[in-house]
Every structure is written in C-alpha cells, then in structure tokens.
Design a protein around this ligand. Structure first.
Ligand SMILES: Cc1cc2nc3c(=O)[nH]c(=O)nc-3n(C[C@H](O)[C@H](O)[C@H](O)COP(=O)(O)O)c2cc1C
Length: 161
C-alpha cells in the first residue's frame, strides 16, 4: 500500500487516566506551526486512549530514540494500562506521562479535534517540552523499524524557510 512508503518517526503518545499512565505507539504525529507551538496526532477512534485524551484534554508525545525499538515492541504487545510497567517514566505539567530516554517529550493541551473517517486528529498546544536525549530517531518504513542512514546527506542540507 502506498501509505507504507510514508517514512515516519516513532512516538509514544500518552495520557494519564484513572490514576494510571496509558500510552500507545503512533507515527501519525506532525508539527503544525511554531506560533503558537502546535502539533497534531491522529488517533484511531477504536484505540483505548481515544476517549481518555478527549476527556482529560491533554496528551504527551515522546519521540523514540533509535535504541528504543524494544520499547516500541513492548508498547505494541501489552494492554494500554500495562505499557508503562517495565519502563521509566515521569509526569509532565499537564499530567501526561513522559517516557524516559526519549529524544524529546512534548507536553500538550488539546486545542481542537477533527474526525476524519476512522480517526480523530487532535491538535495539541505545546505547553512545555523537555529535550532529553541526543541521538538518531527510531523510524518506521514499509512495515519495519528503520534507522537513519548517513546524516545529513552530503551537500543536501535542507534550507530553512
Ligand atoms: C509503527 C506503528 C505506528 C502506529 N501509529 C498509529 C497512529 O499514528 N495512530 C493510531 O491510532 N494507531 C497507530 N498505531 C496502532 C496503535 O499503536 C495500536 O493499534 C494500539 O495498540 C491500539 O490501541 P489499544 O491497544 O490501546 O486499544 C501504530 C502502530 C504501529 C506498530
């Protein structure tokens, strides 16, 4: 399927609900604008976190580092309320859980939402961020986890606009 060719960073999106951290793996995460700082996440309406994000009005985004692919597997294999049991995490200002060892933890308040087919796009105002680690990100492409190759490509630095 064509959408498998959309290489993406791998993230854990998270919310605190019923006194417990809940999280799931997500690649449908995108920066929207810097003023005000806003990003979006696309969450399947059948996912256990969908209602929790709507009710709590916040979410965290932890951008996984390349070496965290086992954490990614772990987040896929367990039920949402058990996914934080074997990793280190702490709590951001909104109450959203933050995964330790991530490249960055975004702390977001839900600004608005739009339903598109099976998914809800949540727009989140970034109220705080923590730049935790340096290093390459974990990527997902064509059904597999992937790593960045040589970065940046020689002579191919992106121009800022
Ligand atoms: C690499 C990868 C990326 C994913 N990205 C998303 C995503 O962006 N949005 C989404 O709703 N589900 C995404 N999923 C699926 C959810 O992580 C998975 O269906 C989740 O376990 C469902 O939630 P639940 O088990 O808590 O109900 C992704 C799965 C994988 C393996």
């Amino acid at each position: 399927m064509g959408m498998r060719q959309l290489a993406a960073a791998v993230n854990v999106i998270s919310v605190m609900a019923d006194g417990s951290p809940h999280g799931m793996l997500a690649t449908a995460v995108c920066s929207v604008c810097a003023a005000p700082p806003t990003l979006l996440i696309c969450v399947n309406q059948s996912a256990s976190m969908h209602r929790a994000i709507r009710e709590r009005g916040h979410f965290g985004v932890s951008v996984l580092a390349e070496h965290q692919f086992e954490t990614a597997h772990h987040f896929m294999s367990k039920v949402a309320s058990e996914r934080f049991t074997t990793c280190d995490w702490d709590t951001l200002a909104t109450g959203a859980p933050a995964l330790a060892g991530a490249l960055v933890n975004f702390d977001c308040e839900v600004e608005s939402e739009v339903n598109v087919g099976t998914h809800t796009i949540y727009f989140g105002r970034v109220v705080a961020l923590r730049r935790a680690e340096n290093g390459p990100p974990l990527l997902y492409h064509d059904g597999n986890y992937a790593a960045l190759g040589q970065t940046p490509l020689p002579g191919m630095a992106a121009k800022q606009c």
